[in-house]
Design a protein around this ligand. Structure first.
Ligand code: MN
Length: 743
């Protein structure tokens, strides 16, 4: 029989061991199709090309994958290397197989260049993200394994390239998917080409001492087996020398010779259930001396890739340390074949903890949701978006950029540099010009077309981009490039908001206040603040509210200082003391028409409150009215007392002070309390006349119990004159109190 046909037959037999009802006609059909398509092609080894797909299918069958995977493995190179198309395959073997073959082809076409670790991780993710179907990765890994096994026929350059790629991409992915056995072989074959001398050294030494190794392995294996029989435990025991690359890594990382490598040997005891694992551990520790600190329980705490086992290192009579790994059959299969093993064992693994690593987590979820599916159906539904929220694309230089799913060329451009984004005038994906809103796909090669005369981003771009990075950089551009525009619009909305919240710009810009306010708002100048409001970086409403609160705080601090001053109280005269000198305000103007200056407001309209009629010398405070300027109250006016102020108007109370003014006199009202008698009003009028005070009004009214109240409005220059008037009035017979009128 033809040796190739014979090999195919062996493959079929192997598949039947785990899938007795496999459709052999379909398998043979695939084999014939591939054989025809590749006919005449030879491998570098001189063998017919069909040997390669056949060998890949063998490895896939080792993983005991479903029929579609085997068929796809047989066909995996026909699109790439022969005239066959997706449609041809779909028609003959079904769309699912065609998709698998196309997936493998895509990965084959992907170009890798060795990069720093961060880039490598992105490449690995891209590799997985591009596959969409886990079987594509598994077939591709098997393909690479066979290529590595037959790498000796390739050129030295290609050997090195492929070995590096295998070490950086394929072995880590195999590890991540928990495929230990394949990972080791990928690492060992890569090492052979990456450091031929180092590899050979280890290989030679291992060979030279192989008989010693064999002897040691056999003796330990027998001892463990004997003990297990005594304990009536059914188990399998294997011993091996650890794989070359792990020895190599230990030698170089720890700068040790082969003799100094601590644990060169590893034994496995495979038992039926978890409690037995721990029992066997006890037996092993009883037989040999455990090395302290080397016991690891990956059963209770699995590795992120789902690996489970008990590990311990012990030393036997010979003084040679060795590792013992104890696990169940199921854990063993998971360790050897990783993800590929899971679908076989999915029954009864519902509550197993498989770790939380991203790539594995989704497999776990998937397995949970696939409890009742039959194996073939299960594998074919194993199509998931890996890294569904990320997309990985290439720069023209071969760097990988990770972007959020749905990202557009705009995101890509800004991920390179803000200058690239700001100057972008167009974009190419895989060599073709595309619109800016094109969603990028993993594996795309993206190129940005820039121009020095570009007008910068458009506001629409904010809607087209998916990454915060791009969005921030576009906002940043508007912030800088449109500064003047931003300042103007920012200032307008700021001033409108001031008005709305009952403040004036003057209150904000007062020299003692502004720096503090700006500091609170984290802007150096008002223009910067306006600019930020203009481009939408901060809100005018919030800023003004914050400023207002700060003004209230400052005002309250000043008011507290004022009310701390004691009021004079004479026996008959109750008047507040002058506190004007208690708070020097050197920056205020020296005079004003009204005799009042308002802090921060020059030449503003001032009127004197009718309720308390202040005169120069009275401690005063101002209130910003709506549209009628500043109303000046005495600080002790009930309407002005801090505790009586309405909270929502608190920000409108401001500092005012007396200065020299142009007014000849100030009206103020006095109330006289007296025992009512004939001629009281006349006496008051006479006294005022004698004091040469201008009287604007005078009225009297009778009170209960024979008392009377006389109210006068006089005009005085200042508080001193008023005190004089009050004294004169107090001396009038039957007057027992003269008070400044309030309210
Ligand atoms: Mn191939």
């Amino acid at each position: 029989m033809d040796p190739i046909l014979e090999r195919y037959q062996a493959l079929e037999d192997r598949i039947r061991t785990y899938n007795p009802t496999v459709d052999t006609q379909r398998l043979f059909d695939a084999f014939s199709f591939a054989d025809n398509a590749h006919s005449g092609q030879l491998r570098k080894s001189g063998e017919p090309y069909i040997i390669h797909p056949l060998a890949v299918a063998e490895i896939v069958a080792e993983l005991e994958l479903d029929t579609d995977s085997i068929v796809a493995a047989l066909l995996h190179d026909v699109i790439e290397d022969t005239g066959a198309t997706h449609e041809d395959i779909a028609k003959r073997f079904g769309e699912p197989v065609a998709l698998l073959v196309e997936g493998v082809t895509k990965l084959t076409k992907m170009q890798y260049t060795s990069k720093e670790e961060e880039q490598m991780e992105n490449l690995r993710k891209m590799f997985m993200a591009m596959s969409r179907d886990i079987r594509v990765i598994l077939i591709k890994i098997c393909d690479r394994l066979h290529n590595m096994r037959t790498m000796e026929y390739q050129s030295a350059k290609k050997q090195r390239e492929k070995a590096l790629e295998t070490m950086e991409i394929y072995a880590p992915i195999a590890h991540r998917l928990g495929m230990q056995r394949i990972k080791w072989e990928l690492e060992d074959t890569s090492l052979k080409y990456l450091d031929p001398v180092g590899y050979q050294e280890i290989a030679d030494e291992l060979t030279a001492r192989s008989s010693a190794h064999e002897e040691f392995l056999a003796s330990i294996q027998t001892r463990i087996q004997t003990r297990m029989e005594e304990e009536s435990i059914r188990c399998k025991v294997y011993g091996r020398v650890k794989h070359t690359y792990s020895i190599y890594r230990k030698m170089y990382a720890q700068n040790k010779t082969l003799d100094e490598i601590f644990d060169l040997y590893a034994f496995r005891v495979i038992v039926s259930d978890v409690p037995t694992c721990y029992y066997v551990l006890g037996c092993i520790h009883d037989m040999f001396n455990p090395v302290l600190g080397r016991f690891k329980d990956y059963i209770s705490t699995p590795k992120p890739n789902g690996y489970q086992s008990l590990h311990t290192t012990v030393i036997g009579r010979e003084g040679i340390p060795f590792e013992v790994q104890i696990r169940t059959e199921e854990m063993h299969n998971t360790a050897e074949y990783g993800i590929a093993a899971h679908w076989k064992y999915k029954q009864g693994m519902g509550d197993q903890n498989l770790g939380t690593e991203e790539a594995f987590e989704w497999v776990r979820k998937l397995l949970e949701s696939q409890q009742d599916a039959d194996p073939d159906e299960f594998m074919s539904t194993l199509k998931v978006d890996m890294f569904a929220d990320e997309v990985f694309v290439f720069t023209p230089q071969g760097d990988v950029k990770s972007l959020p799913a749905g990202a557009t060329p705009i995101d890509f451009a800004y991920s390179i540099h803000s200058a690239v984004g700001n100057r972008m005038t167009g974009a190419k994906v895989n060599g073709r010009i595309v619109p800016f809103e094109t969603a990028l796909k993993s594996g795309d090669i993206v190129e940005v077309i820039t121009s020095k005369t570009a007008h910068g981003p458009s506001r629409d771009w904010l809607k087209l981009c998916k990454s915060n990075e791009a969005r921030n950089k576009i906002r940043q551009w508007f912030k800088k490039e449109r500064r003047e525009e931003n300042i103007a619009t920012g200032r307008a909305s700021f001033e409108a908001e001031l008005k709305h919240q009952g403040l004036t710009l003057a209150q904000i810009t007062e020299e003692g206040v502004l720096p503090g306010l700006l500091k609170k708002s984290r802007f150096g100048t008002l223009d910067e603040l306006y600019n930020a409001i203009g481009y939408g970086g901060v809100s005018a409403v919030k800023t003004v509210a914050r400023f207002r609160d700060e003004l209230i705080r400052l005002d309250k601090a000043a008011a507290d200082k004022l009310s701390a001053e004691k009021l004079i109280s004479a026996e008959k005269v109750i008047m507040p003391s002058s506190a004007a000198d208690s708070a020097p305000r050197p920056h205020l103007p020296k005079r004003s028409q009204s005799g009042i200056v308002v802090e921060g407001l020059d030449n503003c309209l001032v009127k004197f409150a009718k309720c308390c009629t202040p005169v120069p010398g009275d401690p005063v405070v101002g209130f910003i009215t709506r549209g009628f300027g500043v109303s000046v109250h005495r600080s002790d006016c009930p309407n002005a007392l801090v505790e009586n102020r309405k909270p929502d108007e608190a920000g409108r109370w401001i500092k005012v002070d007396w200065v020299e003014g142009d007014l000849p006199g100030y009206q103020t009202a006095l109330d006289l309390s007296a025992k009512d008698r004939d001629g009281l009003t006349l006496d008051v009028a006479m006294a005022l006349s004698a004091a040469k005070v201008k009287v604007n009004s005078l009225s009297a009214k009778a009170m209960p119990d024979g008392y009377a109240m006389v109210s006068v409005v006089v005009e005085v220059r200042d508080r001193d004159e008023l005190v004089n008037v009050v004294n004169k009035l107090s001396q009038i017979q039957s007057v027992y109190q003269v008070k400044r009128s309030v309210g």
